[in-house]
Design a protein. Sequence first.
Lengths: 48, 220
Amino acid sequence: MNSNNLGYLFAAYSIIWLVVLGYVFTLIRREKALRKEIAALKEGMKKA
Amino acid sequence: MRPRILLVLSTLLILAALFMVFVYVPTDAEQGNIQRIFYFHVSVAWIAFLAFFVTFVAGIAYLAKRNPFWDMVASASAEIGLVFTTLILITGSIWARPMWGVWWTWDARLTSSLVLWLIYLSYFIVRSYITDEERKARFAAVVGIIGFVDVPIVALAIQFSRTQHPSALIFEGGLAGSMLVTLLVSIAAFTALYLLFLAVRVHLKEDESELNSLKEAMRE
């Protein structure tokens, strides 16, 4: 077995987890931004 | 299933799958360690196909009932499918380099997979160009339904054309018992992860819808 192939294996699994974690991170960021905006709007409606 | 349960389940299954891929399953005699990419590559492909199937079914449900919930499910699933199709292309390419000596070749399986990625990219381009919510959902549902035609083409490409891509060993009984179990655990792990992502993404879309309603109420 070519030992260089371990580098390809490492790259494949690293990319899978980087993409999955990146997607999780964007979901969390979107959720936080939305909740903040909804809370601000609700507050604005109460005051109005 | 509740997102919290799905989070625990997917975490446990992913840890088990990683253990099986790197410790439990023996090294392939022909390909060596690079074959270990196969377990997650196939699982990721399964999730992409499942995600586009859900988009297809939810698209039909939307056109039949005109309930915005089905559009939320369809677009959430298409987004996850697009992420996982990106991973099919990347992991396949990384496997191909040491095995075939090239990162990419224009054979039937690879080309139809790239077309699948482009179809679902166009699904989001369609959505981004239309502002009217009802029209956006209707057009996207049509793209999601027609786009799904490419999924069986990708799946069957290795049966009906000359391709360098390995054949579907899982259906031909060519996988050793330990390899099959590892693959099934990996598929279960990614299925749980898909269901978690879908639940969270649909919930997020419901929040976006609530926000738009609040904004309209403010304007009135």
